[in-house]
Design a protein around this ligand. Sequence first.
Ligand code: GLA
Ligand code: ZN
Length: 684
Amino acid sequence: MRASGFPKIMYGGDYNPEQFPRDIWDEDMRLFQMAGIDIATLNVFSWSLNQPDENTYRFDWLDDMMDKLHANGVRVCLGTSTAAHPAWMARKYPDVLTVTGDGKKRKYGRRHNSCPSSPTFRHYAGIMAGKLAERYKDHPALLLWHVNNEIGIRCHCDNCEQAFRQWLKRRYGSLEKLNQAWYTKFWGHTFYDWEEIVIPSGLSEGLSGGNSDQTAFQGITLDFFRFNSDSWLECYLIEYRAIKEIIPDAIVTTNFQGNGTYKPLDYFKWAPYLDIAALDIYPENHTPESYMALRYDLMRGIKDGAPFMLMEQSPSVINWKSVNPMKRPGVMRIRSYQAISRGAESIMFFQLRRSLGAYEKFHGAVIDHAGHENTRVFRECAQLGSELKELGSLLLHSQTRSRIGILFDWENWWAVELGGGPSAYMKYLDQIQKYYDALYVNHYSVDLLHVNSDFDAYDILLAPMLYMVKPGLAEKLEKYVENGGTWVTTFYSGIVNESDLVTPGGYPGELRKLLGIWVEEIDAMFPDQRNTMLMQQKLGPLEDAYECGLVCEVVHPEGADTMAVFGSDFYKGSPALTRNRYGKGVAWYAATDPSREFMEIWLKQLCDSKGIEPIAAAPPGIEVTCREKGGSRFTFIMNHSDERLSIHTGEQEQKELLTGISVQGEVQLEPKQVMILHSHGAAN
Ligand code: GLA
Ligand code: ZN
């Protein structure tokens, strides 16, 4: 597993000094020093500055800034500046401009506006990355690379259409195979020539209005999504390789958007090409902590447990919602520690100094328009900066250990939500989050895994809504359970193959043997409708009945035990929850969406049966996580609530790293207080 290569938890963020006169630069250096800032992301949106016309490159401002940062002890996360193409480029080479899902060719403007298939974009982006690498390869400030920015726009232009056809040729080899995979006999859509294939858009479909990415053929849409994710990965790799050619051991990454769960890009597929995963996170004040927790666990999961970067967050407000409240005192700090507690080795902001004009002038920043250090936000940033300095390298490379894994698969996510199924209310992320939350609330440590990950280290594996079963997965799961694993899945699983073609012979298709059931029908419920689950077998402290909703499936056991049945409707008495013993393990199936209360107790039962202990017992409002390294164990205790709460820390005396005080037994935490307890002699 690759370490981050950082000397400490890096602290800083996006810095756009090109927007300010140079006398401000020196003032910034002073303020960075005060705030403990030791990393600045430069050059994210400076393409037009660096390349004012086709043949001119100039980096004088960047040279000066790199030197200045170095002189002030600040390392650089160097952007490649390709996140917004220059105006001259769009005018001269309109192929860089994207086409929307309703077929409109965009004009110049905004950022993240380049077509991933544009030869111009690819050519000049590669040149720019190479020039930057050549110029700064020996610069002492350079720490890592940030390619482009929040990559992922979908384009529907003619170049993309051509590239899509090429991608399909590579994937299928023959039109016969493509027609089969896309089920084109439906509505008479057989293709006889690759040139007949059109890129999905509202011009031919308009399934979700005019501006559409989708067709009525889920197989086509799925391939378009795969193609788009791959096209952007290719663009990323052009820059990545240009850098690596000159600096083979460069640390190269890009910042994942959508809080790490950005639907259009399959980040698991990108992971091998990221030297460290990095995400931007923009929760709202009311966003539950478990929402971020899941996403941090996912960022750790995409690189098999390696540390990741929190690349961008706001120190306080954002500016892009209709209402943008401030982060309350202490919230930025505690949420930063939350990221660290789950594997982040950088805490970075968008942005270090607030712009004076244009779209983001009201976005939060470490240095506000007032321009000095006497602000609440600056003080809070400076406090965290000094704490991170104090922590030094102590927490680096520590690992999270989990015996519970949750499968997460982008392609399955796309497929589940492409429509035409029993209910548009079935949302993949919601289900993943719901199962995650049921474990989170009891402080279990969980890893997010890919279907290709190694399952063996996990005692319990959850795979909610495993609608798409990729080749070899069913056998892999069978082996996992046979060898003693506990596997949990739900309704709407085992339905299709990777082309979204139904596996014939009865649901859950390839998973039928392992689950020991046949699902005959799927009933969808309106959001306010409920059925009940009546427990048939004593399962720990579970009561006799629980509510359920969303979907109810009509299940016939084929060897599985019926653990609960539906309480009403014509399928009353048929299984709502089954358990199949298979080899040395068990495979569970929830044929409906149970209440949260049920899930918490049920999953706790499963953990108990496997001897999996929560990290700690803690009241609601307190989050507890644990990281280990060598013989050291770091327990993070975070009181996210607005009340004073207490927790039992065990009889062993432990050092609290933020205060240096030793603690033992029952301790009290003030609202938003964080403790990091350090003990030696890690458990097992
Ligand atoms: C993301 C982008 C930044 C900025 C912020 C605003 O982090 O990468 O450039 O636009 O969002 O929240
Ligand atoms: Zn395009």
